[in-house]
Design a binder for this molecule. Structure first.
Ligand code: MG
Length: 329
């Protein structure tokens, strides 16, 4: 509607002022809109009428432009959705790396091979003799995170990138309900090996507790043998995993912790700045690959939140932070 009105109005404004069919069309349109006081006389050329004509034309252009703007935006929002248009092109490389780089697979096998060597070393009775007495008879446990540690959610990330949809809880739940996440290479063999050696496996995840059954089903589907409501511990009240780790440590001797996020390992890394996370990692540089084993995840994580200083930023503000964080020559 706005376009229909704007075109003849503009034609009149930019014309030479002579009366022609364009003015007649405009007059008819104005009459139809109820402007009875504005009657176009093809032979009237008085100054008053010219002022009137310019005034009405300008008003018409403004109104129709405003109408076009509101019509466009009011119809776009419901169909596009709240998260549409998200700036997530920057995640493309990280997601492709997880899905298509053989180097990524090599890294996850490497992590789980390392885990097996460390577990075997602990299963050696010599190690146990070095432990404090109260821990010697405790059953061993291995604690792993779920997402991007034992289950691969890159298809969900890929969907968001292709459709320019930012993280959306409903979409995340829907992906979980599909129970289609594949296992991270190496994870099934290692954890089933641990179970075969009498080690208790715990899956600690910040998936919401409402996702529990779907998560258990997915873990079983990909081949994990020891999976139940008791050892799949999801988030109920707090996102920090420390309380859940302590609960396990009160009954088991935790031999290994594995995750794609430093917060999966200890609370010393939580809510720290980029430089403080570096410092904490450097402090224990000789321990990586022993009790704590990290898996690669460049798609998302606390590492990214630290760049944003844990703020609730717009896409544009995040993009600016990312660019400003780059180290140049
Ligand atoms: Mg994870």
């Amino acid at each position: 509607m706005g376009i229909i009105i704007v075109i003849p109005a503009i034609a009149l404004v930019v014309g030479d002022g002579r009366i022609d069919f364009r003015r007649l069309i405009l007059g008819l349109l104005l009459r139809r809109l109820g402007h009875k006081s504005f009657i176009i006389d093809p032979y009237q050329r008085s100054r008053v009428m010219r002022y009137k004509r310019h005034f009405y034309t300008a008003a018409l252009v403004l109104c129709s432009a405003a109408g076009t703007y509101f019509a466009t935006h009011s119809t776009a929002q419901p169909t596009m959705g709240r998260q549409a248009g998200a700036d997530n092109d920057y995640q493309l490389g990280a997601t492709l790396y997880m899905q298509k780089a053989a180097e990524y697979r090599a890294l996850t096998y490497q992590a789980y091979n390392l885990a097996r060597w460390q577990l075997d070393a602990d299963l050696d009775k010599k190690n146990v003799k070095k432990l404090p007495k109260d821990q010697r008879k405790m059953q061993r446990a291995v604690v792993v995170d779920i997402d991007e540690t034992v289950l691969d959610n890159s298809p969900s990330q890929a969907h968001g990138i292709k459709d320019h949809v930012g993280f959306d809880l409903k979409q995340w739940y829907a992906w979980g309900e599909m129970r289609k996440a594949k296992a991270i290479p190496g994870s099934v063999d290692f954890l089933n090996y641990a179970v075969s050696k009498g080690v208790k496996v715990f899956f600690i995840s910040n998936r919401d507790d409402v996702q529990k059954q779907a998560t258990i089903d997915n873990l079983k589907n990909v081949g994990f043998q020891d999976v139940s409501v008791d050892n799949v511990i999801l988030r109920t009240t707090e996102s920090s995993k420390e309380t859940r780790r302590q609960m396990i440590a009160s009954k088991y001797r935790i031999v290994l912790l594995m995750g794609d996020n430093l917060d999966d390992l200890s609370n010393v890394f939580e809510r720290k700045s980029v430089s403080d996370r570096f410092s904490e990692v450097d402090k224990v540089k000789n321990d990586w690959g022993k009790r704590w084993i990290v898996l690669p995840n460049a798609m998302y994580g606390t590492w990214e939140n630290a760049i944003y200083e844990y703020g609730r930023l717009t896409d544009a503000q995040k993009a600016e932070k990312r660019l400003n964080s780059l180290e140049l020559p």
